[in-house]
Design a protein around this ligand. Structure first.
Ligand code: NAG
Ligand code: NAG
Ligand code: NAG
Length: 415
């Protein structure tokens, strides 16, 4: 009796596995078919499945698992189907996806994870999905999209992030998506501080359509609640501008004084970046208060005041280098640099033109990324030659030169 039972079981299994297309392995709860275009479809929707079924044909290209009870996707859950182009996982209960679950699907074009319970997503897997065209993550619990998470999805046409818990998005989130035609962001609790102002500008300038822009609303601050994100008043958010000036000739010693005046809204924070032959110093706030306590020695020799003035007492040969002022606010970053070198006995700076109304912000470098400034600013550096005052000069007192108009050629004055 036993051998016969075994044969019956085997026959049942085989008939379950190959229901429609002979030669195409198909998991028992699913129905599989070959579409006209030769693509293989495994249809497993509405089956009350708790896991991705085993036994998929390795050459399956479309897998529908919508409206099941999937709760978690493990790293290997889709390993049987590396040829997948479309994966429909909407209307499940998926709350976690292990990193790597999608990375092994290099041909994936459509990924639907909408209407699940995702508070996180394995964003790093997207780096492997260079063919992705449609990504639906709507109606989940996502509170963030990491900076750069979408970069490199050159085929992505449609991105749904609506009905999540996004309060903000990093500047540049939708950069590097040349094919993007449709973006859905509505029904998220956006905080329309100036950190999000870029989104308004992006929406106005991009060829992609922000679907439901009228429902893409601010939840905060109170004054903007209910207002569309595309309607954040521009006067509140002005990118920083910065201007460096050189205040020469303090009476009390060979101190080099630079002044960085900044403007913008919200008011920019001033940072300094100093590069000399021997050191690299980054100053993120005023150091003057600390200095006043009498910190002697080399470490605190660059004194940054709250008002944007930077003093370098006893400016010497070892302090020659590049002094950069960075103005940073939620809208962006601007940097302006100056090269400082010691002069000989003559003071070539005397010959520099002063107070040119065109001086403006030449030498500055805007930064749209809002993060690290671009190193390319090096090409725009201006040069001042600082003469350590050996004797009192006529008309002593703070003498101000606008650096904006100093041509690079001034570097020649060093020789
Ligand atoms: C899919 O693969 C199976 C074997 O794994 C093969 O028998 C079948 O012909 C393939 N189908 C197509 C459409 O390539
Ligand atoms: C994802 O891509 C990286 C780099 O291209 C590769 O090393 C890795 O093996 C891929 N991951 C999978 C699971 O295929
Ligand atoms: C900034 O403050 C310092 C210290 O109080 C002062 O020496 C300097 O002159 C001020 N700079 C300007 C431009 O007012």
């Amino acid at each position: 009796m036993r051998p016969l039972l075994g044969v019956v079981a085997l026959v049942t299994l085989v008939s379950l596995v190959s229901l429609v297309s002979p030669g195409l392995a198909c998991p028992a709860p699913c129905s599989c078919s070959t579409k006209k275009n030769g693509r293989l479809l495994a249809e497993c929707a509405y089956r009350e499945l708790r896991d991705v079924p085993r036994g998929l044909s390795a050459n399956i290209t479309i897998l529908t698992l919508s409206a099941n009870r999937l709760g978690r996707l493990g790293r290997a859950s889709l390993a049987e189907a590396p040829e997948l182009q479309s994966l429909w996982l909407g209307y499940n209960r998926i709350s976690s996806v292990e990193p790597g679950a999608f990375a092994a699907l290099p041909h994936l074009k459509n990924l639907d994870l909408s209407h699940n319970r995702l508070a996180d997503f394995p964003w790093q897997d997207l780096r492997n999905l260079s063919a992705l065209q449609i990504l639906k993550l709507s109606n989940n619990r996502l509170a963030a999209v990491p900076r750069g998470a979408l970069a490199g999805l050159r085929e992505l046409r449609s991105l749904w992030l609506n009905d999540n818990e996004l309060a903000t998005l990093a500047r540049g989130t939708f950069e590097g998506l040349p094919a993007l035609a449709q973006l859905q962001l509505f029904h998220n609790p956006f905080d329309c501080s100036c950190k999000l102002f870029w989104l308004k500008e992006w929406a106005h300038g991009s060829s992609a359509v922000l679907s439901g822009a009228g429902s893409t609303l601010c939840a905060a601050p109170a004054g903007l609640r209910g207002r569309p994100v595309t309607d954040i008043p521009g006067a509140l958010c002005v990118p920083p501008s910065a201007q460096l000036t050189y205040l020469s000739g303090p009476r009390d010693g060979p101190t080099l004084t630079l002044h960085c005046s900044v403007a913008g809204s919200p008011p920019p924070e001033i940072r300094w970046r100093i590069r000399t032959a021997a050191r690299r110093v980054d100053i993120r706030g005023p150091t003057a208060a600390r200095d006043r306590g009498g910190a002697e020695g080399g470490r605190q020799r660059f004194v940054a005041f709250k008002n944007g003035t930077m003093a370098i007492p006893d400016f010497g040969k070892e302090d020659e280098g590049t002094y950069t002022c960075l103005a940073v606010n939620d809208v962006g970053t601007r940097d302006v640099s100056v090269n400082v070198a010691l002069a000989g006995s003559a003071n070539p700076a005397e010959e520099l033109p002063r107070d040119d109304p065109q001086a403006g912000h030449a030498g500055g470098h805007g930064c749209a990324e809002g993060g690290q400034p671009h190193p390319s600013a090096a090409a725009e550096k201006l040069v001042i030659v600082y003469h350590v005052p050996g004797r009192a000069r006529s008309g002593a007192g703070a003498r101000e030169f606008r650096l904006g108009i100093l041509p690079l050629a001034l570097g020649l004055l060093l020789w």
